[in-house]
Design a binder for this molecule. Structure first.
Ligand code: SF4
Length: 373
């Protein structure tokens, strides 16, 4: 196979890994570039989009993760890109100004450290042979040694290790070879510790991803783990990838759950992203997230609206007096609007929300929970 043919296969196989900001917005869900499917538009933290070359190095994996179509017992066309070959094709796209960065993951070839060595080699060639100073996101392979992780930190702009499920019992239903505590939690803690030491490592962004609905986990468990990942490990982002029925082994819970109807599983993924936003940007704590008796989020209503409806004593919020945290509890008001309110308030009293350019349905929604009086 030539490089392009391998890229076609390996980029297709990397589509379920969202831990690089590919396709997490409302309108860009799993969207890929038009030219080659390995070129992905990604949302930049400062707004706007850029393009990543996103691929696996290999889909020849020795592991048996039952949610994964690449597990060792499936009949897929296997291939591997060599580090030099990957670096060359990336540089070709870079020279043509078609990409700004690289996202590199891989199935496990031999051992976790052997795979890490190949992944790190691509980054090393780009950094030291080609002088590339831009964005490189490297996957940390479950079970990687401390030394291999340190090596990645010395080369990458961002790294990710997918936690997959909340807790070893749930994970046990999905993999017979990977050890949850040793292969996933231990390296995640090591990554957090490296960043604490400061220096270059402190600047390397850390992300992770849950595969939602493959096991029989509840939203409550995911939210509990997510809180720990943000508050204790200080990771930058948690992503969610809805498990899609038919990809994994027929025995796993995700193949049997009624939720596996595509619209429901994507609605669940969307609700978890909303909770993630509420916790990262709106000051919500785990106790503020309203769950049903099964420990799951409502698929019908967004979690902020639900909180507002369950706390009538909190409203109406006074637009001219309330602090940032209280303003953020008003349905229809987000962090940007709060900043505009606080700025406008410094100059004069706000007599009506239309003054801030808020109109229509959104205005009606806000007026149900806030007042300018
Ligand atoms: S390690 Fe598991 S999830 Fe990753 S490619 Fe291999 S089988 Fe798939």
């Amino acid at each position: 196979m030539d490089t392009i043919e391998k890229l076609k296969i390996l980029s297709e196989d990397s589509q379920y890994d969202l831990a690089c900001a590919c396709g997490t917005g409302k309108d860009d869900h799993r969207k890929r570039g038009t030219e080659g499917k390995w070129l992905y538009p990604v949302a930049l933290p400062q707004g706007g989009y850029s393009i990543l070359l996103k691929t696996l190095l290999s889909n020849a994996c020795k592991n048996d993760c039952k949610y994964c179509p690449l597990r060792s017992d499936t009949d897929v066309r296997r291939c591997t890109l060599q580090p030099e070959e990957t670096a060359n094709i990336f540089m070709e796209y870079l020279r043509k100004k078609k990409v700004f960065g690289l996202f590199l993951s891989s199935g496990v070839i031999g051992t976790p450290d052997n795979t890490m060595d190949r992944i790190n080699s691509v980054a090393r060639i780009l950094r030291y042979k080609n002088g590339f100073k831009g964005y490189i996101h490297l996957k940390i392979i479950p079970g990687a040694s401390d030394a291999a992780i340190e090596d990645s930190f010395s080369l990458a702009s961002a790294v990710s290790l997918n936690i997959e499920t909340p807790g070893k019992e749930r994970f046990g239903l999905l993999s017979g070879k990977k050890d949850y505590m040793n292969d996933i939690i231990r390296p995640m803690k090591f990554m957090a510790g490296l960043r604490k030491q400061g220096g270059r490592a402190e600047k390397v962004k850390c992300t992770t991803q849950f595969i939602v609905g493959a096991s029989d986990e509840t939203d409550s468990e995911i939210i509990g783990y997510m809180s720990g990942i943000y508050n204790k490990l200080k990771f930058n982002r948690v992503y969610f990838s809805a498990y899609q029925k038919g990809l994994g082994h027929p025995t796993i819970p995700g193949e049997k759950m009624p939720l596996s109807k595509p619209e429901n599983i994507f609605a669940r993924e969307h609700r978890l992203y909303q909770v993630d936003f509420l916790m990262r940007r709106y000051g919500f704590r785990t106790g503020d997230i309203i769950l049903n008796s099964n420990g799951n989020l409502s698929l019908d209503k967004d979690p902020k609206q639900l909180w507002a409806e369950s706390h009538p004593e909190f409203y109406p919020v006074r637009i001219n007096k309330a602090d940032r945290e209280a303003l953020l509890r008003v349905p229809g008001i987000g962090p940007e609007t709060v900043s505009r309110i606080l700025k406008a308030r410094r100059e004069q009293r706000i007599s009506c929300l239309e003054y801030l350019g808020i109109r229509g349905k959104r205005l009606e929604k806000i007026q149900g929970y806030a007042t300018c009086d």
